[in-house]
Design a protein around this ligand. Structure first.
Ligand SMILES: *Cc1c(COP(=O)(O)O)cnc(C)c1O
Length: 367
């Protein structure tokens, strides 16, 4: 029996009738860009995140980019980012012409270490982007406190954390603005690309709405050099359906993570994720660490178990960022993670028994 890393087909077919009805509704409306479905989704998603505004955009990368543009961040500015994140966090910064300043994570949680941020702040620093990696909230209170002290914006990259809570509060409401992705594999996934900016800052809400739509409020009147970065009506209609089962899916992911923690405990060389007492993660990924990660992944693949490495190369070692001049070994905590991490299968349609099988296989391998 094989266990896929994520069964997207089964996830979406579990809501087949509602998704087909949503598709028909859009087809029959004859309205495909910035209409009722996007407006409804924006309201629903803002409420879900316990924030005032949500703006539907075309993907998660552009959600971050539009927040930075909305705050006027550009050439000559610096933005603090995690040294270990998906490259999109950095791309948004460099697409605006600003410079990403990497800060190392807390080894146990994979998330930005608040104690290391102060040393990275310079007179050019404008913002801190905290990523809630794997669906685990970053330690936001000290980050926000430090940002307030230095007059910096706090941006959440919540692309992996729809519904996670920090000290009881939903991610998306913890800083000045948050970016979400609805890439199909995310906890809330569209049937294509999609994203959202979430904020309770009314001025930013207006700026992002203008930037996402060619820089215009009134058609053919361009106030700023904008983008075409809109969420489609069709994707919004599908997301309205999928939002109704997000909490249920997240609860199931938590049950699977709990089972992994029980079943993997005590296996030599396997490090399971730590959860701070203030965190309610949504387990976008379940990431273990192992000194022989590549051998483990290969053996699991032979046994029919799908895994993914999130991520094999840290942004500062990517060819694309060669011109930033970072060396191997410059961010050792992050680099060790990239060598050792392995994401195990997890998702809303995975059976609890499958966790037992994955864990038993890892135990038998005794690597
Ligand atoms: C997925 C992801 C993004 C980018 O989202 P897209 O919709 O794929 O553009 C940004 N940051 C993180 C941490 C992500 O996981």
């Amino acid at each position: 029996m094989s266990i896929p890393f994520l069964d997207l087909k089964a996830i979406n077919l579990s809501q087949q009738a509602e998704l087909e009805a949503a598709f028909r509704r859009v087809l029959e409306s004859g309205w495909f860009i910035l209409g009722k479905e996007v407006a409804t989704f924006e309201q629903n998603f803002a409420t879900y995140c316990e924030a005032t505004h949500a703006i539907g955009v075309d993907n998660g990368l552009n959600a971050i980019t539009l927040i930075l543009k909305g705050y006027g961040i550009g050439p000559g500015d610096e933005v603090i980012v995690p040294s270990n994140t998906f490259v999109a966090t950095w791309l948004a910064v460099t697409h605006c012409g600003a410079r990403p300043i990497p800060v190392e994570p807390v080894d146990a949680t994979f998330n930005l270490d608040p104690a290391r941020i102060a040393a990275a702040i310079t007179p050019r620093t404008r913002a801190i982007i905290a990523v809630h990696l794997s669906g685990q909230p970053a330690d936001m209170d000290p980050i926000v406190a430090l940002a307030r002290e230095h007059g910096l914006k706090v941006i959440e990259d919540a692309a992996q954390a729809h519904g996670a809570r920090y000290k009881g509060r939903r991610v998306g409401s913890l800083g000045d603005a948050a970016a979400f992705s609805f890439y199909p594999g995310k906890n809330l996934g569209a049937l294509g690309d999609g994203g959202a900016v979430v904020t309770s800052d009314a001025a930013l809400d207006e700026k992002v709405r203008v930037f996402r739509n060619y820089g215009s409020r009134v058609k053919y009147h361009n106030e700023v050099v904008g983008f075409n970065a809109r969420l489609d009506e069709l994707q919004a209609a599908l997301l309205n359906v999928k939002l109704t089962t997000l909490d249920e899916g997240n609860a199931h992911r938590r049950a699977l993570a709990q089972r992994y923690a029980e079943q993997l405990a005590g296996i030599a060389n396997v490090r399971i994720p730590a959860v701070p007492e203030w965190a309610e993660p949504v387990w976008h990924t379940y990431v273990i660490r192992h000194p022989q990660r590549d051998a483990l992944a290969a053996k699991l693949a032979e046994a029919g178990i799908g895994t993914i490495v999130h991520y094999p190369i840290p942004p500062h070692r990517q060819q694309a960022y060669g011109d930033l001049g970072y060396q191997d070994g410059e961010f050792p905590i992050s680099e060790a993670m990239h060598r050792e991490v392995l994401s195990l299968p997890i998702g809303p349609t995975m059976a609890l028994d499958d966790v037992d099988q994955v864990a038993a296989t890892i135990r038998q391998l005794a690597l």
